[in-house]
Design a protein. Structure first.
Ligand code: DAT
Ligand code: MG
Length: 149
């Protein structure tokens, strides 16, 4: 089943939103595969956001993601990438759909609370970058058959 990589960014952690965000993903029916609370190194930040290198917001983005601990997670489900992007909302909180995390808790693009992979291919790359294979847990959830068709 499809997996996607999610971060509760430093602002989400500092604001006590880890539980809120996990609750929304759980309530949606997505299944957690891995999670770790961690400080992001400069090197990991630069690799993760390598695609944005050279853009005007790059330096600020690296400073932001390394400024305090994050909650890094892997979530699984049918169309997990699209489902999680939808739950998080558009990159700019003022363009995010009402009811999404970025709408409900955010105002500024540089404090948009979460990261979520933007394609299944990038999801796989990001999971490999952030987690060792043995940190991913394959498990049967009691209500899987009532959520996954
Ligand atoms: P997303 O996080 O929705 O996948 P992205 O990959 O385009 O968005 O950009 C990564 C992060 O960089 C984004 O969450 C916030 C920041 N960012 C993007 N565009 C920005 C901009 N124009 N000004 C400031 N920060 C920006
Ligand atoms: Mg992105």
């Amino acid at each position: 089943m499809e997996k996607t990589f999610v971060i509760v960014k430093p602002d989400g952690v500092q604001r006590g939103l880890i539980g809120e965000i996990i609750a929304r993903l759980e309530r949606r029916g997505l299944k957690m595969s891995a999670a770790k609370f961690m400080q992001v190194s400069q090197e990991l930040a630069e690799t993760h956001y390598g695609i944005h290198k050279g853009k005007p917001f790059y330096e600020g983005l690296i400073k932001y993601i390394t400024s305090a601990p994050v909650m890094a997670m892997v979530w699984e489900g049918p169309n997990a990438v699209a489902a999680v992007r939808q739950t998080m909302g558009a990159t700019r909180p003022t363009e995010a759909a009402p009811g999404s995390v970025r709408h409900d808790f955010g105002l500024e693009v540089g404090r948009n609370i979460t990261h979520a992979s933007d394609s299944p291919e990038n999801g796989e790359l990001e999971i490999k970058l952030w987690f060792k294979p043995e940190e991913l847990v394959e498990w049967g959830r009691a209500n899987d058959e009532w959520i996954f068709e």
